[in-house]
Write a protein that binds this ligand. Structure first.
Ligand code: AMP
Length: 261
């Protein structure tokens, strides 16, 4: 298997990135798709595009994806409230949750390239706070992608297929690493206001309205407990994880029962 990664910059700022795990026969087609994507991003034309291809040495961990739940919210206040309640259900202290929200929506408008790593005391554990930590070397098989697509289609949700697929791959890998309690995310794409909370405990829960339309801030927080940061970061960045089955769509009533609505 090979890890193939794309990164596009404009004026020394990151504008888009994506990655896949592929077989040798899929390298060319995948590289072209990633390049097309870098050249047609809503944040504009890139000044530079890097595509790297690496033969994986270690063993690939095959996993089933987290199950997906679609939640609803009418505005940003309700969306953030729902995400906070879910995080609280994981035992994450309120102070940490508040800090995470303010860090993802920075007042200086500068987004990180990677994620914030936060322990249960609200301490940040990334060695470089401007960069954060990057989950990498993860992918999904064509069979599992098709299972996901078919499940979304039967619910009339196929238009969010690509966004769900990419976020689900990352969230499944992060949740599979020992010490991860939950992840909070929303995109830095100005038009994409839906985010998620994900964990091994409850799955991948999409929450609409985590930021206002037109807002270009976004980010991720990995909430962790009882980790050795060096080992944790190494696993998040380096150990290959391939989703070979889709974990299904879960009814939202389950999580609303747990959070109290
Ligand atoms: P995106 O969902 O691609 O719009 O990314 C939203 C934010 O998540 C970015 O601004 C980064 O801060 C963070 N992020 C993106 N990709 C990764 C990754 N592979 N690992 C960790 N954090 C990421």
């Amino acid at each position: 298997m090979y890890s193939i990664r794309m990164r596009a910059n404009k004026d020394d700022k990151h504008i888009s990135g994506a990655e896949m795990l592929v077989t040798e026969g899929q390298i060319t087609g995948s590289a072209v798709r990633l390049l097309e994507r870098a050249l047609h991003h809503e944040k504009g034309k890139p000044g530079s595009v890097n595509i790297s291809i690496e033969a994986l040495k270690g063993q690939v961990n095959n996993v089933t994806s987290l199950p997906v739940t679609f939640l609803s919210s009418k505005d940003v206040e309700e969306g953030r409230n729902t995400a906070s309640k879910i995080l609280k259900c994981h035992g994450i202290p309120e102070g940490c949750i508040k800090k995470a929200f303010s860090l993802i929506a920075p007042s200086n408008g500068e987004n990180m390239r990677g994620a914030i790593l936060m322990d249960m005391k609200g301490r940040r554990l990334e060695p470089d706070e401007r960069r954060g930590i990057r989950a990498s070397r993860m992918g999904i098989t064509e069979k599992a992608s098709l299972e996901l697509f078919n499940s979304l289609s039967t619910k009339g949700l196929s238009d969010c297929y690509t966004k769900v697929k990419e976020a689900l791959v990352l969230a499944t890998k992060v949740s599979s690493v020992r010490g991860t309690i939950a992840e909070l995310c929303w995109s830095d794409d100005p038009s994409y206001t839906t985010g998620y909370v994900a964990s091994k405990k409850y799955g991948y829960m999409r929450v609409p309205n985590l930021k206002p339309e037109g807002d270009s801030s976004g980010g991720r927080v990995f909430f962790v407990n009882d980790i050795n940061p060096v080992d944790y970061i190494n696993e998040i960045e380096k150990s290959p994880v391939l989703i070979n089955r889709f974990g299904g769509i879960k009814d939202s009533s389950e999580i609303y029962n747990i959070t109290g609505g």
